[in-house]
Design a binder for this molecule. Structure first.
Ligand SMILES: Nc1ncnc2c1ncn2[C@@H]1O[C@H](COP(=O)(O)OP(=O)(O)OP(=O)(O)O)[C@@H](O)[C@H]1O
Length: 541
């Protein structure tokens, strides 16, 4: 009864309002406008649902591997060559160039240029007679300052889902082909997301010279682990494996990990425990975000966890470089990661299955037993200072003649370079092939910087002043007998387990084109090296 009463009350008011002609017109307009707007929206919905039913749309975000696959796939599409608005990339990341030798032989350096969709650009392509629309957008990540997230959206005029699967398969293959001779290294950023740092050329396993059996032990163990997913699942054992490589600095720990990553075709995720701002929660996030098959690498795990402990002041040979991580100045350790945080992250509930963890340390005895126990670090491998065997193989590999170049190149070089003679004045071998010196022996290479007075009076040029070894020319070709004899002479001068392989490599680099001198002068170098080491130790104590 209340409603009719209210109507009785408002009825006169409504009649009054409608009696005002301006308001009546306004109400009519409102009704007509609403009608047309509703129709427009309905049509738009109808149109987009019609389009949706004919189009397949997929979105790829840059933190996912599929984004990289698609970028490489796109750059390989024939119709992509006709697009007019592109981003140019010179990095390896999307270049899709597997061959570094191709890169080396391309003097223009353009072989690894790739054309990528421009940001906020929109493209149409034809793929297998299907029309395709591609857009790439970049959006700021809320709350993360200048950080952006890219995504690639692809709409294909088809009702067949299979076409997307085919594209993804092609894209993955294109990516794998592109990665053929390289591995990708990731690091975490300040937002605890994994970011690609660089691609690195695969390093052949044979180039890591260890005492017999050690290399094979680690590689075969990792291969067997990766092939045993079912075995772990059946027994309910977490599918993870940890390797602890410990021992002398410069003995090949990082290099072996690099090589194994290439051999097993796994990317490397560097977990830097001393990264500023990283705490236990961040570490857990990082470890749980690792992809299923990868190598997680923690370098110098002792130094990262024990702020009071610092690595011994070990002299770094001139050519000592870590292939995986670009050298950076030693950072002050601002790690907030605790041992219990690390242990939880490694095998807690969020720890990723299928990952292989490699940790390296120079101070094995300082590690907490809980960190080293099986399940966390399953295989502990010691790396020692160089043995005679290693020295011998290193020498042979170092002066191994490079793979033959096209004859024209050799001819050219032979013409432009004078033949080198053996230090004793004779030619090294009767074999004409072995007589040709492809390089230039530069006697000044290892001399101290020349003084201006030492300059030839005839020459008006002033010799450049420098410290270090000039990278120039090629080593002379040696026959296998010569190589073995020199390697034997070299190795017999190296005492067992006294110098590191990195130091020996540094020495050979300083004799890059002089194998005879390298073998002859190694004792002098070693004496000086040991005297320097002794002096340094005395200064320290
Ligand atoms: N066993 C080895 N075989 C071949 N090269 C080696 C070996 N050990 C060291 N090298 C060379 O020495 C350099 C340094 O090696 P690497 O970084 O792998 O040593 P490391 O044991 O990881 O040292 P650190 O403990 O200081 O990190 C590299 O350029 C590498 O080529």
């Amino acid at each position: 009864m209340a409603a009719p009463a209210a109507f009785n009350e408002f009825g006169p008011l409504i009649s009054f309002i409608l009696s005002i002609s301006a308001l009546r017109d306004w109400a009519k307009l409102l009704i007509i406008g609403s009608f047309f707007e509703t129709c427009r929206r309905l049509l738009a919905i109808l149109w987009s649902s019609t389009i949706d039913s004919f189009f397949l749309t997929a979105s790829f975000e840059d933190h996912d591997d599929t984004y990289k696959w698609m970028m490489i796939w796109l750059s390989k599409q024939p119709s992509w060559k006709n697009v007019r608005n592109v981003n140019i990339s010179t990095g390896d990341r999307y270049s899709g160039n597997a061959s570094h030798s191709e890169e080396e032989s391309d003097p223009s350096g353009l072989s690894n240029i790739s054309y990528l969709p421009a940001l906020s650009g929109s493209y149409t392509l034809w793929y297998k007679y299907r029309w395709m629309r591609i857009t790439r957008v970049s959006e700021p990540i809320p709350g993360w300052g200048p950080n952006h997230r890219d995504s690639l959206n692809i709409s294909i005029f088809t009702r067949n889902h299979g076409i997307l699967t085919t594209i993804l398969q092609e894209a993955k293959k294109a990516y794998q082909d592109a990665q053929g001779s390289s591995i990708t290294v990731y690091v975490s950023d300040s937002t605890n997301c994994w970011r690609e740092l660089a691609t690195r050329r695969k390093r052949p396993l044979e180039s890591i010279i260890l005492d017999p059996g050690i290399r094979e032990l680690v590689v075969e163990d990792a291969q067997d682990f990766l092939a045993s997913k079912g075995w772990y699942a059946e027994r309910g054992i977490p599918f993870r494996r940890g390797y602890l490589l410990y021992g002398a600095p410069g003995s090949g720990k990082t290099s072996l990990i690099h090589s194994i990553a290439g051999e097993l075709e796994l990317d490397v995720y560097i977990i830097s425990l001393s990264r500023s701002g990283l705490d236990d929660t961040g570490l857990s996030e990082l470890i749980s975000d690792l992809p299923e098959r990868c190598i997680a690498l923690m370098e110098d795990i002792d130094a990262a966890l024990h702020n009071s402990l610092s690595r011994e002041d070990v002299p770094t040979p001139p050519n000592h470089t870590s292939e995986l991580i670009p050298s950076s100045p030693p950072a002050h350790n601002t790690s907030k990661v605790s041992l219990s945080g690390l242990l939880n992250a490694l095998d807690g509930i969020g720890a990723q299955e299928g990952r292989i963890l490699f940790a390296t340390t120079n101070k094995y005895s300082s590690l907490d037993p809980a960190l080293c126990r099986p399940g966390r670090m399953d295989l502990h491998v010691e790396f020692k200072l160089a043995s005679r065997y290693q020295a011998d193989v290193l020498f042979k590999r170092f002066y191994l003649p490079s793979s033959p170049k096209p004859a024209a190149d050799d001819d050219q070089e032979a013409k432009s370079s004078p033949a080198q003679s053996h230090p004793n004045g004779s030619t090294p071998d009767g074999d004409p092939d072995n007589l040709i010196d492809l390089g230039v022996t530069d006697d000044t290479t290892n001399s101290p910087p020349s003084s201006p007075s030492a300059c030839s009076e005839k020459s008006e040029r002033v010799a450049p002043t420098y410290v270090g070894t000039r990278h120039r020319g090629h080593a002379p070709k040696l026959s296998s007998d010569q190589l073995s004899a020199l390697a034997g002479q070299f190795a017999s001068a190296i005492p067992e387990r006294v110098v590191s392989m990195a130091a020996l490599q540094g020495y050979l680099m300083s004799q890059k084109n002089r194998p005879w001198e390298a073998a002859k002068e190694v004792s002098d170098w070693l004496q000086k090296e040991l005297a320097d080491k002794k002096a340094r130790n005395e200064t320290k104590s």
